[in-house]
Design a protein around this ligand. Structure first.
Ligand code: PLP
Length: 405
């Protein structure tokens, strides 16, 4: 039995029968064996450029040598924390994060995922304001725990679990009037992704983020920026909020924060919110949150991001890739309806889901991995490592050409 078949049958029996059957039906070789840089290799030796990038996780590519080395050194020293003594990698991480985040974001809470960062941010907003209402955006994605799912803006994922947490309302992303109308005296916070990822890479009109910030200031409401997908350089700035000079009250991070080597999440807050900590001791801690291995990876990732100026690369490479893809899309107007994004966070919107599905299967055939946006199945994301080479980008464009043909 091939490795592909062995793994598919275990998925079918123990994990996700629907997914296993779909992959078998599509006849795709779907089992990864190893990865390096921008390339994932399957068990038959086929090499594919990773444009899914763990939905934004692999900003540094797979196995960035400096990040791997930092983790290996920490592994030998002390992989997990005693939790009763202080942990140097975590202290260094908090200091580094404070240095790269905008404005006076100062106090860091370290956790294990983006979902957990959102969950913690919601708790902090509620405890700090003494209010309950959280306003979020239609089609947003913030995670799948009860709190983060309550914030997420897609009914199809929410409805099976109703009633979710009370106090969550949703308004259209990009619409300031509807947001203002939704704010009342019980509103604790507005939560948004500066560029919506799972909604299909939706970039709001320029000025929207700043107007939301001003509205929140005027109404005395907190602004939570979910930069889990946009953060760490992907959009051409270290954080997407910076495009409009916006400083949120709380910022949520994960994915690329671990350098593509370790899982880690964090939320970082402005100093006045930290006062709330005295009313809610241990506001958001966990056994593995801030563990030395994950923090060592994040520390090395931040150093690499700054020293290699990968966010500037993302801007240049993003416009090269987007221009190449748009030139092709113009030749197939009935197939691709829009190519949009910022930096290396790119969405390709197809005329319908079936065409998008066929194109994705052909892209895999051509050695390029892409994936649907969770909340908009007409959109395929192109989110390669920021370290992708020009040659690899040319391969992506060539594969895209074949797929459109
Ligand atoms: N927030 C955003 C904007 C995301 O894109 C995601 C994941 O895709 C999450 C939160 C949840 O993060 P995680 O999968 O690490 O729990």
């Amino acid at each position: 039995m091939s490795k592909n078949e062995q793994v598919l049958s275990k998925y079918e029996q123990y994990i996700n029968p629907g997914l296993a059957r779909l992959l078998r039906f599509m006849g795709l070789s779907a089992v990864e064996r190893e990865a390096e840089g921008s390339v994932v290799t399957d068990w038959e030796g086929k090499r594919m450029i990773d444009c899914v990038g763990g939905y934004g996780t692999f900003a540094f590519g797979h196995k960035h040598p400096r990040i791997v080395q930092a983790v290996e050194e920490q592994l030998r020293k002390m992989p997990l924390s005693s939790k009763i003594m202080l942990c140097e990698p975590m202290a260094d991480f908090a200091e580094r994060l404070c240095r790269i985040t905008p404005g006076d974001l100062t106090y860091t809470f370290v956790c294990n995922s983006g979902t957990e960062a959102v969950e913690g941010a919601i708790k902090l907003a509620r405890i700090a304001t003494g209010r309950t209402k959280i306003i979020s955006m239609f089609n947003s994605f913030h995670g799948k725990t009860l709190g983060s799912l309550s914030a997420s803006g897609k009914d199809v994922y929410r409805e099976p679990f109703e009633p979710l947490l009370s106090g969550f309302v949703h308004v259209p992303f990009g619409n300031l009037e509807r947001l203002e109308a939704a704010i009342d005296s019980d509103t604790a916070a507005v939560i948004l992704e500066p560029i919506q990822g799972e909604a299909g890479i939706i970039v709001p009109p320029y000025g929207y983020l700043r107007e939301v910030r001003e509205l929140c200031n005027r109404k005395g409401v907190l602004l939570i920026a979910d930069e889990v997908q946009t953060g760490m350089g992907r959009t051409g700035q270290i954080f997407a909020c910076e495009e409009e000079g916006v400083v949120p009250d709380i910022m949520c991070l994960a994915k690329a924060l671990g350098g593509g080597v370790m899982p880690i999440g964090a939320f970082i807050a402005r100093p006045h919110l930290y006062e709330a900590y005295k009313d809610a001791p241990l506001l958001h801690t966990s056994t593995f949150g801030g563990n030395p291995l994950a923090c060592a990876a994040a520390n090395a990732a931040i150093d690499v991001l700054l020293e290699e100026r990968l966010y500037q690369e993302a801007a240049v490479k993003g416009s090269y890739l987007m221009t190449g893809l748009r030139r092709l899309a113009d030749q197939y107007p009935g197939t691709v309806t829009e190519i949009r994004g910022r930096g290396l966070m790119i969405g390709v919107e197809f005329a319908n889901e079936a065409i998008g599905g066929l194109a994705m299967a052909e892209l895999i055939e051509q050695g390029v991995l892409t994936a649907f946006a969770l909340n908009n199945l007409r959109v395929t994301r192109i989110e390669p490592p920021l370290t992708i080479s020009k040659q690899e980008m040319d391969r992506v464009i060539a594969a895209f050409h074949k797929a459109l043909e």
